[in-house]
Ligand binder design. Structure first.
Ligand SMILES: NC(=O)c1ccc[n+]([C@@H]2O[C@H](COP(=O)([O-])OP(=O)(O)OC[C@H]3O[C@@H](n4cnc5c(N)ncnc54)[C@H](OP(=O)(O)O)[C@@H]3O)[C@@H](O)[C@H]2O)c1
Length: 230
């Protein structure tokens, strides 16, 4: 099994580290403050996990995720991630990140901007509409699990849910297909990256993020999305 570089150790990064280790992946995880701050997490995760600086994690990874918001002035490990599949799970949140005129005008998606930051990597939008925290409101005890755990089902299960992916690189979608499957989800390929606005916050599919949607429902909801600029 290949090494999964998880850059970002907040709600998404730590939860994804737990489910990836449980699925048999080796992970190397980083935050912005340094590996010494991740000692307790790595001890909890066991021998499949280690912590590193963001650049070392990027260098050691076979593929990676950027589990933190987009910012135009980010200094990312561009060379260490060159040639690799890099998952971008950021959602464009104006209240948190401010306005990006190219996205507001509809000229680009937030994920195309990420691809421009890492021109030699294979960016794929994934994991953006599954929650890495407990359900709100809690109805039954299992709602305390993050949705990435609560909604996971084996292939062929009647309640199996699907997650979306968008990329300009088919091999990136293939990798995410395997990863989703290993974690208990089907995939809907909504490529290329320029189409990824169809799964942005506020779209029809987005309103089903809490309890998930089947592959057919997700395809239908993506088709029903209307571009914000008409
Ligand atoms: N939470 C969810 O359920 C969810 C679901 C789908 C998508 N998302 C998206 O996932 C992203 C992360 O969300 P979150 O809730 O996990 O955020 P979060 O809890 O604020 O965590 C962000 C993490 O990223 C780290 N970080 C920031 N800049 C970094 C850099 N340049 N290199 C390495 N690590 C860096 C931070 O490190 P420090 O703590 O050291 O600063 C922190 O560990 C967001 O873009 C969000 O839109 C979230």
């Amino acid at each position: 099994m290949s090494t999964f570089g998880i850059l970002g150790a907040g709600q998404v990064g730590t939860t994804l580290a737990r489910v990836a280790v449980a699925a048999g992946y080796d992970i190397v995880i980083a935050n912005s403050r340094g590996p010494q701050t991740l000692h307790d997490l790595v001890r909890e995760l066991g021998p499949r996990a280690r912590a590193a600086s963001a650049s070392d994690a990027a260098a050691e990874a076979d593929f990676a995720i950027l589990a933190f918001p987009y910012a135009p002035d980010h200094r990312l490990p561009v060379e260490e991630l060159a040639g690799k599949v890099v998952i971008d799970n950021n959602n464009y949140m104006v209240w948190r990140d401010g306005h990006f005129p190219e996205v507001d005008s509809g000229r680009k998606t937030i994920h195309e901007l990420r691809q421009e930051q890492l021109p030699d990597s294979k960016i794929v939008k994934a994991f953006t509409h599954v929650q890495f925290h407990e359900r709100h409101p809690i109805r039954v005890p299992e709602d305390r699990q993050p949705a990435i755990v609560r909604l996971a089902r084996p292939a062929g299960h009647p309640e199996r849910k699907a997650l979306v992916a968008s990329s300009d690189h088919p091999e990136a979608v293939e990798l995410v297909t395997r990863l989703y499957d290993d974690l208990g989800f089907d995939i809907v390929d909504n490529s290329p990256l320029s189409q990824s606005w169809r799964s942005a916050p506020g779209t029809p599919m987005w309103s089903h993020a809490v309890d998930g949607q089947s592959r057919d429902e997700l395809i239908r909801n993506l088709q029903q999305a209307r571009h914000p600029l008409g």
